[in-house]
Design a protein around this ligand. Structure first.
Ligand SMILES: Cc1cc2nc3c(=O)[nH]c(=O)nc-3n(C[C@H](O)[C@H](O)[C@H](O)COP(=O)(O)OP(=O)(O)OC[C@H]3O[C@@H](n4cnc5c(N)ncnc54)[C@H](O)[C@@H]3O)c2cc1C
Length: 390
């Protein structure tokens, strides 16, 4: 098989799935490929959850079990162990979103630290993750980033956010577990970027433990990366960087228009792709100073990463380069790369069903077909069903 055909192997991709699991996944992607169905389903589910109707069982049996590991860490263990038999690692992702109280921020910090401690004992979990807004109020990040003066109370609140970052990153360093920090909307991201940079300065002296996230659908990110690289050389710290395209495009565009400022998003998909690939190339060319986590389901970018690693002379299993996909998606990339010996970690979300709904809705929308095309996941599942003669 030639390198270009690496991801076409559906047998390896779905090796862990029984026939009935394969049928269930096919049925699920078939359902969510219908845009009106997703729209109606989303509205109905949101309503049912708010009205406390007993829909959790239905959600669990369908989207939840496909895209999530369970409601708590224990539920996820069989999934983690199973994927690891094929060389695929896990990044446990506590995917509860939209909580805004101090108690909840403390709870997320505590949970993240527990996951790091757990990961330190488990070979299958070399990396942990958190979201900036899991540890502090969105509006507070926004205010800090805007440079506006904070009230005394807000100053104290912000120092508690900083404290949570230090606690998590400190434990990550102590336990030698890399910690990824997700990126969110651009109007809160400046404050998060500054904070993550502080963490890198403190905890990445010897090696990259703390990773920020570069959203390459933003046209300003490659120059941000180059600036950070210069600072790291000047101040003597290493950079950890996860690169993604970015998940909030519509929201970004709408806000820019409403507030009458230039959109921070690239003008089209192709520009985003070029930006992603250029950022990846820049990092791989500076691998001694920047470690890379490639978060993508894009086959071309993964093939390019393979090519560049080969060209630059970075070995397949070099610990400074990781590929990552989301659980329930793009197994053809994850499992085929793992089989070849590349470092792969899948994000495995977990949390109470109703709290992970925003995450699940994003996944459903992402897999909804555009203009009647069959989604890639659906095609792959169909191919494997045919191969197994189901
Ligand atoms: C492991 C992992 C971690 C992730 N972490 C984050 C995170 O921290 N923050 C975050 O925001 N997202 C994150 N994502 C999601 C990611 O940003 C993308 O939304 C998703 O992966 C789809 O992009 P892609 O590279 O897989 O592939 P593709 O399907 O090739 O690209 C789709 C993406 O291209 C961009 N795009 C599409 N149309 C246009 C257009 N017209 N103009 C400009 N750009 C366009 C958008 O970003 C869109 O999501 C993560 C994804 C993975 C797999």
């Amino acid at each position: 098989m030639t390198e270009q055909k690496l991801f076409d192997n559906t047998e390896i991709a779905f090796e862990l799935k029984t026939d009935s699991e394969l049928e269930r996944a096919y049925f699920l992607f078939k359902m969510i490929s219908h845009q009106p169905l997703v729209r109606i389903g989303t509205a109905a589910t949101n309503f049912a959850i708010k009205a406390n109707l007993p829909v959790e069982g239905l959600i669990r049996a369908t989207v939840f079990d496909h895209f999530c590991g369970g409601v708590n860490e224990e539920d996820c263990i069989p999934v983690i162990d199973k994927m690891f038999t094929k060389g695929v690692c896990t990044v446990l992702d506590y995917s509860v979103e939209g909580k805004e109280s101090e108690d909840q921020f403390d709870a997320v910090a505590k949970r993240t630290i527990e996951i790091i401690n757990f990961a330190a004992e488990k070979e299958a979990m070399p990396i942990a993750v958190f979201k900036p807004t899991g540890l502090g109020r969105f509006a507070l990040y926004e205010k800090v980033g805007s440079g506006e003066l904070l009230s005394q109370e807000e100053e104290e609140e912000w120092s508690r956010v900083i404290d949570r970052y230090h606690k998590i990153c400190g434990i990550a360093k102590e336990k030698d577990v890399e910690i990824l920090i997700d990126a969110e909307e651009s109007w809160m991201q400046d404050a998060a970027d500054d904070l993550v940079e502080e963490m890198m300065k403190t905890y990445n002296k010897a090696k990259p433990i703390v990773y920020n996230t570069l959203q390459t659908y933003r046209w300003d990110r490659l120059s941000y990366l180059k600036d950070l690289h210069n600072k790291s050389k000047r101040d003597g710290f290493k950079i950890g960087m996860k690169i993604v395209r970015g998940a909030y495009m519509e929201k970004e565009r709408v806000r820019a228009e409403e507030h009458d400022y230039p959109s921070p998003i690239c003008k089209d998909k192709e520009t985003t792709d070029v930006n992603f690939n250029d950022s990846m190339r820049f990092i791989l060319e500076h691998i001694g100073e920047i470690s890379l986590f490639i978060g993508t389901h894009n086959e071309e970018s993964c093939y390019l990463a393979i090519e560049l690693m080969n060209e630059i002379g970075i070995s397949i299993d070099d610990n400074r380069v990781w590929f990552g996909q989301l659980y329930g998606m793009s197994d053809h990339i994850s499992f085929n790369l793992a089989k070849k010996g590349y470092n792969i970690a899948k994000y495995l979300p977990f949390g109470p069903v109703k709290d992970v709904m925003p995450y699940l809705i994003r996944r459903a929308e992402e897999n909804t077909s555009v203009a009647g095309q069959t989604s890639r996941e659906l095609n792959l599942l169909k191919e494997e069903k045919e191969r197994r003669k189901l």
